[in-house]
Design a protein around this ligand. Structure first.
Ligand code: GLN
Length: 486
């Protein structure tokens, strides 16, 4: 029995039938991590002892039938952006090297409460800034389907760990595509909920008006299970939405008969990879065969999304990252002449190149004299992008697009040119600017066996319909349970 490749729901069934224990499943994953993570490098920290302790606890809970959920005893991993009590949390930055949070983020606390076992912390781009995980200060994560290629980013370690069968699921964050893009590039399901659906408390801030946490899973059913456990109002996050969390599983198999799927012409652009386009068009045909009605829609301000995002996100980042000054957290360079010198030296040696670039861009666009021309203008265009979606959703229930314009690229291919790197986010960014939910679901491979993703976007707080549409595709296409040969 290959425990490592099971979905959450399949493993959960085996746990409930006592065919396997959580300790056994946890050991199987820890062994897998020990055997292959040298190649993949998806983990920054593996918390083996703590995981086994949690697994024993979960087995007890199941034996006593005490507060059992579908996640009780299921081994997962989390991006190193989530604070974990007593466990090193660095956001893949040298400036947080040695930082041990005194509390759990709400996401981690809720998953633990549901009984999930946390195997460790995943590699990522430093402070979640990037699309390839090459910006980690510590290591490069490989794409499990092609070791010389990137897993996407910024949640590359999370996506790779699920694809490489090192955990049953993982949790990442998506500020401008960082869940959906790596999910597409690694051939797993990645879900970004509505802004405010999942608490940001204890999740290290990048761009606070865009950041949102969500799951990486092997299928859409698992996505629904993870989301249910993570979502819901949290008084500790002022932007958390006080709305009931539906039972996402209850409608997931409803199918798409009569569902209107909007196809935005702005998302099928010239220069896009031909195999990606062909796979996505094929996926749309499958949705149509399942009874969906494809309707053309327009999102006319899409062309401004990348520019708007890189102004808004960098402005917020420059403000959020001001707290890393050598006084409160992590790194401090002591060989300094005075306080200002200490700040400068600490920030200079603690932050990587991309983070510095963003802080400079953001500081510039927020500064007096430039604020109106850049930050304010970007915020106004952001509203136009949001309005585009509102108009489009009058004519359709969900919107389907490719997740990325190309499959996984090679290490180093885009590092020298930040602009080409930024363009790899072209299809994922608008969703964050508008605050709406979106999923990437695997929709086939290139001839070279690189995964391709179909993106489905939904109305605010309508995660249920997004999951339902994604599930209908996944079921009709024959499931997504594929694993790379490693
Ligand atoms: N790739 C985008 C960036 O570099 C998005 C990152 C994210 O969603 N965290 O900012």
């Amino acid at each position: 029995m290959d425990l490592n490749s099971l979905t959450i729901h399949a493993l959960s069934e085996k746990l409930s039938k006592k065919e396997v224990s959580s300790v056994e499943a946890t050991k199987a994953y820890l062994e897998r991590i020990g055997a292959i993570d040298d190649k993949i490098k998806a983990f920054l920290v593996v918390t083996a002892d703590e995981a086994l302790r949690q697994a024993e606890e979960a087995d007890k809970r199941r034996a006593q039938n005490n507060n059992v959920t579908l996640l009780t005893g299921v081994p997962i991993s989390v991006k190193d952006i989530f604070c974990t009590k007593g466990i090193r949390t660095t956001c893949a930055s040298k400036i947080l090297a040695g930082f041990i949070p005194p509390y759990d983020s709400t996401v981690v606390a809720r998953l633990k409460e549901a009984g999930a076992v946390i195997l460790g912390k995943n590699n990522m781009d430093e402070f979640a800034m990037g699309s390839s995980t090459e910006n980690s200060a510590f290591q490069k994560t490989a794409n499990p389907w092609a070791l010389e290629r990137v897993p996407g980013g910024s949640s590359g370690g999370s996506a790779a760990s699920v694809a490489a069968l090192e955990c049953a699921a993982s949790v990442g964050t998506d500020t401008g595509g960082s869940i959906r893009q790596p999910a597409a590039l690694c051939g797993v399901v990645g879900f970004k909920p509505t802004y405010g659906r999942v608490s940001r408390f204890g999740m290290i801030a990048f761009a606070s008006s865009l950041d949102q946490a969500g799951p990486f899973t092997r299928d859409t059913i698992d996505s629904a299970i993870m989301l249910k456990a993570m979502a819901g109002f949290d008084p500790k996050d002022s932007t958390s939405i006080d709305a009931p969390v539906p039972d996402y599983l209850s409608e997931i198999e409803k199918g798409v008969k009569g569902l209107k799927v909007g196809i935005p012409k702005e998302y099928f652009i010239e220069g896009m990879d031909v195999e990606v386009e062909a796979s996505v068009r094929e996926a749309l045909k499958i949705l149509e065969k399942e009874g969906a009605v494809l309707v053309p829609v327009s999102l006319p301000h899409t062309e401004y999304a990348v520019a708007v995002y890189y102004l808004v996100a960098t402005a917020e980042a420059s403000s959020n990252l001001a707290r890393y000054d050598g006084v409160k957290y992590g790194l401090r360079v002591n060989e300094s002449r005075n306080l200002l010198d200490m700040y400068k030296k600490t920030r200079d040696s603690g932050f990587g190149g991309e983070v510095k670039r963003r802080i400079m861009l953001g500081t510039y666009s927020l500064s007096a004299g430039y604020y109106d021309a850049y930050y304010k203008k970007a915020s106004e265009v952001r509203t136009l992008i949001k309005n585009d979606f509102e108009t489009a959703f009058k004519a359709c229930d969900v919107i389907a697009t490719p997740t990325t314009p190309t499959p996984a690229f090679r290490f180093g291919e885009k590092v020298a040119d930040p602009l080409t790197m930024y363009l790899s986010d072209i299809f994922t960014i608008s969703c964050n600017l508008a605050g709406i939910p979106g999923v990437s679901v695997p929709c086939g491979f290139t001839k070279g066996m690189l995964p391709i993703g179909l993106q489905i976007l939904g109305k605010p707080l309508d995660e249920t319909t997004v999951l339902r549409a994604a599930r209908a595709y996944e079921r009709a296409a024959g499931g997504t349970l594929q694993a790379p040969a490693l």
